[in-house]
Design a protein around this ligand. Structure first.
Ligand SMILES: [Ca+2]
Length: 484
Protein backbone atom coordinates (compact mmCIF):
# COMPACT_ATOMS: atom_id res chain seq x y z
CA UNK A 1 0.00 0.00 0.00
CA UNK A 2 2.85 2.35 0.86
CA UNK A 3 4.54 1.44 -2.39
CA UNK A 4 1.35 2.15 -4.32
CA UNK A 5 1.00 5.54 -2.66
CA UNK A 6 4.62 6.35 -3.46
CA UNK A 7 4.11 5.33 -7.06
CA UNK A 8 1.15 7.66 -7.27
CA UNK A 9 3.25 10.50 -5.89
CA UNK A 10 5.99 9.78 -8.42
CA UNK A 11 3.45 9.93 -11.19
CA UNK A 12 2.10 13.24 -9.93
CA UNK A 13 5.55 14.80 -9.40
CA UNK A 14 7.86 13.10 -11.87
CA UNK A 15 10.87 15.41 -11.45
CA UNK A 16 11.31 14.91 -7.71
CA UNK A 17 8.98 14.13 -4.87
CA UNK A 18 8.79 13.01 -1.30
CA UNK A 19 10.66 9.84 -2.11
CA UNK A 20 14.10 9.82 -3.61
CA UNK A 21 13.14 9.50 -7.25
CA UNK A 22 16.44 8.93 -8.97
CA UNK A 23 18.35 6.65 -6.59
CA UNK A 24 22.11 6.89 -6.69
CA UNK A 25 22.21 9.19 -9.70
CA UNK A 26 20.03 11.76 -7.93
CA UNK A 27 22.15 11.53 -4.84
CA UNK A 28 25.35 11.93 -6.83
CA UNK A 29 23.89 14.91 -8.66
CA UNK A 30 22.84 16.49 -5.38
CA UNK A 31 26.37 16.03 -4.01
CA UNK A 32 27.85 17.63 -7.13
CA UNK A 33 25.44 20.54 -6.80
CA UNK A 34 26.37 20.96 -3.13
CA UNK A 35 30.06 21.00 -4.02
CA UNK A 36 29.46 23.53 -6.80
CA UNK A 37 27.47 25.78 -4.49
CA UNK A 38 30.23 25.59 -1.86
CA UNK A 39 32.89 26.45 -4.48
CA UNK A 40 30.84 29.38 -5.74
CA UNK A 41 30.65 30.74 -2.21
CA UNK A 42 34.33 30.35 -1.35
CA UNK A 43 35.65 33.75 -2.56
CA UNK A 44 32.85 35.56 -0.72
CA UNK A 45 33.65 33.61 2.43
CA UNK A 46 37.31 34.55 2.26
CA UNK A 47 36.45 38.21 1.77
CA UNK A 48 34.01 38.10 4.69
CA UNK A 49 36.62 36.51 6.93
CA UNK A 50 39.11 39.26 6.08
CA UNK A 51 36.50 41.96 6.67
CA UNK A 52 35.57 40.33 9.96
CA UNK A 53 39.23 40.34 11.04
CA UNK A 54 39.63 44.02 10.16
CA UNK A 55 36.41 44.83 11.95
CA UNK A 56 37.50 42.97 15.08
CA UNK A 57 40.82 44.81 15.11
CA UNK A 58 39.12 48.21 15.02
CA UNK A 59 36.89 47.61 18.05
CA UNK A 60 37.48 49.20 21.39
CA UNK A 61 38.97 46.96 24.09
CA UNK A 62 36.37 45.06 26.07
CA UNK A 63 33.63 45.55 23.53
CA UNK A 64 31.88 42.38 22.37
CA UNK A 65 32.41 41.29 18.81
CA UNK A 66 29.00 42.47 17.67
CA UNK A 67 27.97 44.81 20.41
CA UNK A 68 26.02 43.64 23.41
CA UNK A 69 22.55 43.24 22.00
CA UNK A 70 22.06 42.45 18.32
CA UNK A 71 18.55 42.40 16.93
CA UNK A 72 17.25 38.92 16.22
CA UNK A 73 14.81 37.98 13.47
CA UNK A 74 13.76 34.34 13.17
CA UNK A 75 11.95 33.39 9.97
CA UNK A 76 10.17 30.14 10.71
CA UNK A 77 8.42 28.46 7.79
CA UNK A 78 5.74 25.80 8.05
CA UNK A 79 6.08 22.43 6.29
CA UNK A 80 8.62 23.75 3.80
CA UNK A 81 10.25 20.96 1.78
CA UNK A 82 13.98 20.48 2.24
CA UNK A 83 14.57 21.04 -1.47
CA UNK A 84 12.05 23.81 -2.15
CA UNK A 85 14.33 26.86 -2.14
CA UNK A 86 17.23 27.94 -4.32
CA UNK A 87 19.91 27.49 -1.65
CA UNK A 88 18.82 23.88 -1.17
CA UNK A 89 18.81 22.99 -4.82
CA UNK A 90 15.30 23.73 -6.12
CA UNK A 91 15.23 24.47 -9.82
CA UNK A 92 11.50 25.06 -10.29
CA UNK A 93 11.05 27.97 -7.89
CA UNK A 94 12.47 31.48 -7.75
CA UNK A 95 13.69 32.50 -4.28
CA UNK A 96 16.10 35.39 -4.88
CA UNK A 97 15.85 36.66 -1.30
CA UNK A 98 16.76 33.32 0.21
CA UNK A 99 19.51 32.90 -2.39
CA UNK A 100 20.93 36.20 -1.21
CA UNK A 101 20.52 35.28 2.45
CA UNK A 102 22.63 32.16 1.86
CA UNK A 103 25.24 34.17 -0.05
CA UNK A 104 25.49 36.57 2.87
CA UNK A 105 25.35 34.02 5.66
CA UNK A 106 26.01 30.43 6.63
CA UNK A 107 23.87 27.64 5.20
CA UNK A 108 23.60 24.46 7.24
CA UNK A 109 23.26 21.14 5.45
CA UNK A 110 22.61 18.99 8.54
CA UNK A 111 20.13 21.02 10.54
CA UNK A 112 17.26 19.21 12.24
CA UNK A 113 13.89 20.13 13.59
CA UNK A 114 13.34 18.77 17.08
CA UNK A 115 10.16 17.05 15.89
CA UNK A 116 8.45 16.12 12.61
CA UNK A 117 5.33 18.25 13.24
CA UNK A 118 4.48 21.81 14.22
CA UNK A 119 3.68 22.05 17.94
CA UNK A 120 6.66 20.19 19.43
CA UNK A 121 9.12 21.82 17.06
CA UNK A 122 7.89 25.28 18.06
CA UNK A 123 7.93 24.33 21.74
CA UNK A 124 11.59 23.36 21.35
CA UNK A 125 12.48 26.70 19.78
CA UNK A 126 10.78 28.71 22.51
CA UNK A 127 12.18 26.66 25.39
CA UNK A 128 15.56 25.41 24.23
CA UNK A 129 14.75 21.89 25.34
CA UNK A 130 13.36 18.69 23.90
CA UNK A 131 9.58 19.01 23.54
CA UNK A 132 9.10 15.75 25.45
CA UNK A 133 10.26 17.55 28.60
CA UNK A 134 7.32 19.92 28.15
CA UNK A 135 4.75 17.29 27.23
CA UNK A 136 4.27 18.79 23.77
CA UNK A 137 5.05 15.71 21.69
CA UNK A 138 2.56 16.10 18.85
CA UNK A 139 0.52 18.75 17.06
CA UNK A 140 -2.44 20.24 18.93
CA UNK A 141 -5.57 19.61 16.80
CA UNK A 142 -7.60 22.63 15.72
CA UNK A 143 -10.66 21.15 17.40
CA UNK A 144 -8.98 20.82 20.81
CA UNK A 145 -9.02 24.09 22.74
CA UNK A 146 -7.77 22.70 26.06
CA UNK A 147 -4.05 21.89 25.79
CA UNK A 148 -1.14 24.27 25.44
CA UNK A 149 2.44 24.99 26.33
CA UNK A 150 2.92 26.13 29.90
CA UNK A 151 5.53 28.88 29.76
CA UNK A 152 8.84 27.14 30.45
CA UNK A 153 11.44 28.59 32.79
CA UNK A 154 13.68 29.32 29.86
CA UNK A 155 11.04 31.02 27.72
CA UNK A 156 13.10 32.56 24.94
CA UNK A 157 11.04 35.71 24.44
CA UNK A 158 10.73 36.41 28.16
CA UNK A 159 14.49 36.08 28.73
CA UNK A 160 15.15 38.48 25.89
CA UNK A 161 12.50 40.84 27.19
CA UNK A 162 14.30 40.86 30.53
CA UNK A 163 17.45 41.85 28.59
CA UNK A 164 15.64 44.92 27.31
CA UNK A 165 14.43 43.54 24.01
CA UNK A 166 11.15 44.45 22.36
CA UNK A 167 9.60 41.09 21.53
CA UNK A 168 7.13 40.26 18.79
CA UNK A 169 5.55 37.21 17.25
CA UNK A 170 3.98 37.65 13.85
CA UNK A 171 2.37 34.57 12.33
CA UNK A 172 1.50 31.11 13.59
CA UNK A 173 1.50 30.12 17.26
CA UNK A 174 0.03 26.57 17.50
CA UNK A 175 0.96 26.19 21.17
CA UNK A 176 -2.50 26.51 22.69
CA UNK A 177 -5.62 28.65 22.47
CA UNK A 178 -6.16 29.52 26.11
CA UNK A 179 -4.99 32.79 27.58
CA UNK A 180 -2.50 31.18 29.96
CA UNK A 181 -0.77 29.62 26.92
CA UNK A 182 -0.85 32.74 24.76
CA UNK A 183 2.19 34.36 23.15
CA UNK A 184 1.96 37.19 25.71
CA UNK A 185 2.20 34.65 28.54
CA UNK A 186 5.45 33.51 26.96
CA UNK A 187 7.02 36.96 26.93
CA UNK A 188 5.96 38.39 23.58
CA UNK A 189 4.98 42.06 23.85
CA UNK A 190 3.14 41.87 20.56
CA UNK A 191 1.34 39.15 18.68
CA UNK A 192 -0.39 39.20 15.35
CA UNK A 193 -1.41 35.99 13.67
CA UNK A 194 -3.19 32.69 14.08
CA UNK A 195 -3.36 30.51 17.17
CA UNK A 196 -4.20 27.21 15.49
CA UNK A 197 -2.46 24.92 13.00
CA UNK A 198 -3.67 26.57 9.79
CA UNK A 199 -6.37 28.70 8.27
CA UNK A 200 -7.82 29.84 4.95
CA UNK A 201 -5.28 32.35 3.57
CA UNK A 202 -8.07 34.69 2.48
CA UNK A 203 -10.90 34.36 5.01
CA UNK A 204 -8.59 33.48 7.94
CA UNK A 205 -11.05 30.87 9.15
CA UNK A 206 -9.84 27.47 10.31
CA UNK A 207 -11.14 24.04 9.36
CA UNK A 208 -13.77 24.35 12.05
CA UNK A 209 -15.05 27.50 10.36
CA UNK A 210 -13.88 29.78 13.17
CA UNK A 211 -12.03 33.01 12.57
CA UNK A 212 -8.41 32.49 13.59
CA UNK A 213 -6.64 35.82 13.31
CA UNK A 214 -5.65 37.82 16.37
CA UNK A 215 -4.02 41.11 17.19
CA UNK A 216 -2.82 40.61 20.72
CA UNK A 217 -5.67 38.74 22.30
CA UNK A 218 -8.36 40.38 20.17
CA UNK A 219 -9.93 38.53 17.26
CA UNK A 220 -9.63 40.66 14.14
CA UNK A 221 -10.97 40.61 10.61
CA UNK A 222 -8.52 41.79 7.96
CA UNK A 223 -8.55 41.92 4.21
CA UNK A 224 -5.57 40.28 2.63
CA UNK A 225 -3.57 37.17 1.93
CA UNK A 226 -2.07 35.84 5.15
CA UNK A 227 1.53 35.72 3.95
CA UNK A 228 1.31 39.37 2.93
CA UNK A 229 -0.33 40.36 6.22
CA UNK A 230 2.48 38.66 8.13
CA UNK A 231 5.19 40.33 6.03
CA UNK A 232 3.61 43.76 6.36
CA UNK A 233 3.20 43.44 10.10
CA UNK A 234 6.79 42.21 10.49
CA UNK A 235 8.08 45.22 8.55
CA UNK A 236 5.99 47.49 10.77
CA UNK A 237 7.38 45.89 13.91
CA UNK A 238 10.93 46.55 12.73
CA UNK A 239 10.08 50.16 11.88
CA UNK A 240 8.47 50.76 15.27
CA UNK A 241 11.29 49.20 17.28
CA UNK A 242 14.29 50.25 15.26
CA UNK A 243 15.65 52.35 18.13
CA UNK A 244 15.93 49.47 20.61
CA UNK A 245 17.08 45.88 20.39
CA UNK A 246 14.29 43.63 19.23
CA UNK A 247 13.48 39.96 18.86
CA UNK A 248 11.00 39.22 16.11
CA UNK A 249 9.72 35.74 15.39
CA UNK A 250 8.14 35.72 11.94
CA UNK A 251 6.31 32.40 11.89
CA UNK A 252 4.91 32.15 8.37
CA UNK A 253 2.16 29.55 8.14
CA UNK A 254 3.16 29.17 4.48
CA UNK A 255 3.56 26.87 2.74
CA UNK A 256 1.37 24.72 5.04
CA UNK A 257 -1.94 23.69 3.46
CA UNK A 258 -4.53 24.80 2.38
CA UNK A 259 -2.57 25.29 -0.83
CA UNK A 260 -4.10 28.58 -1.88
CA UNK A 261 -1.80 30.60 -4.08
CA UNK A 262 -1.71 34.39 -3.74
CA UNK A 263 -3.76 36.71 -5.96
CA UNK A 264 -6.62 34.28 -6.52
CA UNK A 265 -9.81 35.82 -7.84
CA UNK A 266 -12.48 36.02 -5.13
CA UNK A 267 -14.73 33.47 -6.81
CA UNK A 268 -11.99 30.81 -6.97
CA UNK A 269 -10.53 31.15 -3.49
CA UNK A 270 -12.78 28.55 -1.92
CA UNK A 271 -12.29 26.00 -4.70
CA UNK A 272 -9.84 23.90 -2.69
CA UNK A 273 -11.64 24.18 0.58
CA UNK A 274 -14.55 21.83 0.15
CA UNK A 275 -15.05 19.23 2.83
CA UNK A 276 -11.81 17.29 3.36
CA UNK A 277 -9.83 18.85 0.52
CA UNK A 278 -7.70 21.15 2.65
CA UNK A 279 -4.51 19.05 2.56
CA UNK A 280 -4.48 18.64 -1.23
CA UNK A 281 -3.01 20.96 -3.80
CA UNK A 282 -0.80 21.32 -6.82
CA UNK A 283 2.93 21.81 -6.98
CA UNK A 284 2.36 24.97 -8.97
CA UNK A 285 0.20 26.56 -6.27
CA UNK A 286 2.58 25.42 -3.55
CA UNK A 287 5.54 27.05 -5.30
CA UNK A 288 3.61 30.28 -5.76
CA UNK A 289 3.14 30.29 -1.99
CA UNK A 290 6.89 29.78 -1.45
CA UNK A 291 7.70 32.60 -3.85
CA UNK A 292 5.34 34.95 -2.04
CA UNK A 293 7.03 34.08 1.21
CA UNK A 294 10.42 34.84 -0.35
CA UNK A 295 9.10 38.19 -1.49
CA UNK A 296 7.90 38.96 2.05
CA UNK A 297 11.29 38.10 3.49
CA UNK A 298 12.76 40.47 0.92
CA UNK A 299 10.59 43.32 2.21
CA UNK A 300 11.70 42.59 5.73
CA UNK A 301 15.40 42.56 4.85
CA UNK A 302 14.96 45.78 2.91
CA UNK A 303 13.46 47.41 6.00
CA UNK A 304 16.46 46.31 8.07
CA UNK A 305 18.78 47.80 5.49
CA UNK A 306 16.83 51.04 5.13
CA UNK A 307 17.29 51.54 8.86
CA UNK A 308 20.95 50.51 8.77
CA UNK A 309 20.20 47.53 11.01
CA UNK A 310 21.29 44.71 8.71
CA UNK A 311 24.86 44.41 9.92
CA UNK A 312 23.98 43.92 13.57
CA UNK A 313 20.90 41.79 13.14
CA UNK A 314 21.04 38.02 13.41
CA UNK A 315 18.60 36.66 10.84
CA UNK A 316 17.73 32.97 11.00
CA UNK A 317 15.74 31.23 8.29
CA UNK A 318 14.50 27.72 9.00
CA UNK A 319 11.49 25.34 9.04
CA UNK A 320 9.47 23.62 11.74
CA UNK A 321 9.40 20.18 10.06
CA UNK A 322 9.75 18.50 6.68
CA UNK A 323 7.43 19.01 3.76
CA UNK A 324 4.55 16.85 2.62
CA UNK A 325 3.14 16.49 -0.87
CA UNK A 326 3.35 18.69 -2.95
CA UNK A 327 6.61 19.73 -1.26
CA UNK A 328 9.89 18.02 -2.16
CA UNK A 329 12.48 16.83 0.31
CA UNK A 330 14.86 15.42 -2.30
CA UNK A 331 17.24 13.65 -1.76
CA UNK A 332 15.83 12.80 1.65
CA UNK A 333 13.43 9.92 2.26
CA UNK A 334 9.99 10.47 3.75
CA UNK A 335 8.41 13.70 4.87
CA UNK A 336 6.42 15.44 7.56
CA UNK A 337 5.24 13.29 10.49
CA UNK A 338 7.99 10.69 10.08
CA UNK A 339 11.46 10.38 11.59
CA UNK A 340 13.05 9.64 8.26
CA UNK A 341 15.36 12.48 7.25
CA UNK A 342 12.64 14.10 5.14
CA UNK A 343 10.52 14.61 8.23
CA UNK A 344 13.14 16.26 10.39
CA UNK A 345 16.04 17.64 8.35
CA UNK A 346 15.13 21.18 7.37
CA UNK A 347 16.73 24.23 5.78
CA UNK A 348 18.61 26.60 8.05
CA UNK A 349 20.51 29.76 7.15
CA UNK A 350 22.02 32.22 9.62
CA UNK A 351 23.07 35.70 8.56
CA UNK A 352 24.80 38.09 10.89
CA UNK A 353 27.22 40.20 8.86
CA UNK A 354 29.14 41.63 11.81
CA UNK A 355 29.74 38.23 13.36
CA UNK A 356 29.34 35.37 10.88
CA UNK A 357 31.17 34.75 7.61
CA UNK A 358 29.33 35.14 4.32
CA UNK A 359 28.66 32.49 1.74
CA UNK A 360 29.71 29.53 3.84
CA UNK A 361 28.23 26.07 4.00
CA UNK A 362 28.40 24.26 7.33
CA UNK A 363 27.98 20.51 7.65
CA UNK A 364 27.97 20.74 11.42
CA UNK A 365 24.93 18.82 12.72
CA UNK A 366 22.58 21.09 14.67
CA UNK A 367 19.03 21.07 16.00
CA UNK A 368 16.23 23.50 16.83
CA UNK A 369 17.26 23.99 20.46
CA UNK A 370 20.68 25.20 19.27
CA UNK A 371 18.96 28.23 17.78
CA UNK A 372 17.53 29.07 21.20
CA UNK A 373 20.94 28.77 22.84
CA UNK A 374 22.58 30.74 20.02
CA UNK A 375 20.09 33.59 20.25
CA UNK A 376 20.38 33.80 24.04
CA UNK A 377 24.18 33.77 23.85
CA UNK A 378 24.20 36.43 21.13
CA UNK A 379 21.97 38.64 23.26
CA UNK A 380 23.95 38.05 26.43
CA UNK A 381 20.92 36.46 28.10
CA UNK A 382 21.10 33.37 30.28
CA UNK A 383 18.43 30.84 31.21
CA UNK A 384 17.75 30.45 34.93
CA UNK A 385 20.03 28.16 36.89
CA UNK A 386 18.88 24.56 36.56
CA UNK A 387 16.53 25.13 33.61
CA UNK A 388 16.87 22.27 31.13
CA UNK A 389 18.80 23.26 28.02
CA UNK A 390 19.39 20.80 25.23
CA UNK A 391 21.00 23.16 22.73
CA UNK A 392 24.41 24.74 22.32
CA UNK A 393 25.52 28.12 21.04
CA UNK A 394 26.33 27.53 17.36
CA UNK A 395 28.41 30.65 16.86
CA UNK A 396 31.75 29.02 17.80
CA UNK A 397 31.06 26.12 15.44
CA UNK A 398 30.06 28.44 12.63
CA UNK A 399 33.18 30.54 13.07
CA UNK A 400 35.68 27.71 13.06
CA UNK A 401 35.55 26.01 16.49
CA UNK A 402 33.42 22.86 16.22
CA UNK A 403 32.22 21.18 19.44
CA UNK A 404 34.84 19.00 21.09
CA UNK A 405 32.38 16.17 21.58
CA UNK A 406 30.33 14.34 18.98
CA UNK A 407 26.76 15.48 19.31
CA UNK A 408 23.79 13.18 19.82
CA UNK A 409 20.25 14.10 18.74
CA UNK A 410 17.16 12.06 19.57
CA UNK A 411 13.57 12.04 18.38
CA UNK A 412 10.43 10.16 19.33
CA UNK A 413 6.91 9.69 18.03
CA UNK A 414 4.87 7.99 20.73
CA UNK A 415 1.31 7.91 19.48
CA UNK A 416 -1.23 5.18 19.99
CA UNK A 417 -0.98 4.12 16.34
CA UNK A 418 2.54 5.25 15.40
CA UNK A 419 5.74 4.50 17.30
CA UNK A 420 9.04 5.75 15.99
CA UNK A 421 12.37 6.50 17.62
CA UNK A 422 15.55 7.85 16.09
CA UNK A 423 18.99 8.99 17.10
CA UNK A 424 21.82 10.57 15.17
CA UNK A 425 25.41 10.48 16.34
CA UNK A 426 28.14 11.51 13.91
CA UNK A 427 27.48 9.93 10.55
CA UNK A 428 25.22 7.20 11.95
CA UNK A 429 21.49 7.24 12.38
CA UNK A 430 19.45 4.57 14.09
CA UNK A 431 15.76 4.53 13.23
CA UNK A 432 13.11 2.32 14.80
CA UNK A 433 10.13 2.47 12.48
CA UNK A 434 7.28 0.14 11.67
CA UNK A 435 8.54 -2.27 14.31
CA UNK A 436 11.88 -2.63 12.52
CA UNK A 437 15.41 -1.48 13.36
CA UNK A 438 17.33 0.47 10.72
CA UNK A 439 20.87 1.81 10.70
CA UNK A 440 22.09 4.29 8.11
CA UNK A 441 25.40 5.93 7.29
CA UNK A 442 24.18 9.44 6.45
CA UNK A 443 27.58 10.55 5.25
CA UNK A 444 27.34 8.15 2.30
CA UNK A 445 23.61 7.55 2.21
CA UNK A 446 21.59 10.68 2.83
CA UNK A 447 18.55 8.99 1.28
CA UNK A 448 18.51 6.20 3.91
CA UNK A 449 18.57 3.38 1.37
CA UNK A 450 21.25 1.03 2.63
CA UNK A 451 20.41 -0.57 5.95
CA UNK A 452 23.36 -1.59 8.13
CA UNK A 453 21.19 -2.86 10.97
CA UNK A 454 22.29 -6.47 10.50
CA UNK A 455 25.87 -5.69 9.52
CA UNK A 456 27.02 -3.27 12.22
CA UNK A 457 25.47 -4.64 15.37
CA UNK A 458 27.88 -2.93 17.77
CA UNK A 459 27.00 0.50 16.37
CA UNK A 460 23.32 -0.36 16.37
CA UNK A 461 23.39 -1.37 20.05
CA UNK A 462 25.43 1.64 21.03
CA UNK A 463 22.88 3.96 19.44
CA UNK A 464 19.99 2.07 21.01
CA UNK A 465 21.64 2.59 24.38
CA UNK A 466 22.03 6.29 23.68
CA UNK A 467 18.35 6.48 22.83
CA UNK A 468 17.37 4.55 25.95
CA UNK A 469 19.46 6.91 28.08
CA UNK A 470 17.76 9.91 26.46
CA UNK A 471 14.30 8.49 27.08
CA UNK A 472 15.21 7.84 30.71
CA UNK A 473 16.45 11.42 31.00
CA UNK A 474 13.40 13.09 29.49
CA UNK A 475 11.20 10.66 31.44
CA UNK A 476 12.43 12.23 34.66
CA UNK A 477 10.46 15.37 33.87
CA UNK A 478 6.79 15.47 34.77
CA UNK A 479 5.04 17.70 32.26
CA UNK A 480 1.87 19.33 33.50
CA UNK A 481 0.12 18.37 30.30
CA UNK A 482 0.89 15.86 27.57
CA UNK A 483 -0.12 16.02 23.91
CA UNK A 484 0.83 12.86 22.05
CA1 LIG B 1 4.64 22.45 10.35
Amino acid sequence: MIRARAAAREAAFPVGGMRRPGGRSTRARWKRQEAARARACAPAALLAALLGLLSACSRAPGEGPAGPRPNVVVLLTDDLGFADTGPYGASDVSTPTLDRLAQEGVRLTDFYAAAPVCTPSRAALLSGCYPQRLGMEWAIPAADRAPGLHPPEAALARLLKERGYATGLVGKWHLGYRKEFSPRAHGFDEFFGLLGPCHDYYTHRDQEGRLDLFDGETEVQCEGYTTDLISERAVRFIAEHAEQPFFLLVAYNAPHWPFQRPDLAPDSRGRLLQADDWPYGTREDYLAMVERLDRGVGLLLAELEARALGRDTLVVFTGDNGGEVPARNTPLAGGKASLQEGGIRVPCILRWPSRLPAGQVSREPAITMDLTATILAAAGARPPQGAPCDGIDLLPALTGSPPAEERVFCWRIDRSDVKERAVRRGKWKYLRRGGMDHLYNLERDIGEETDFAHRSLAILRSLQEALDAWEADIGRERPRMVVK
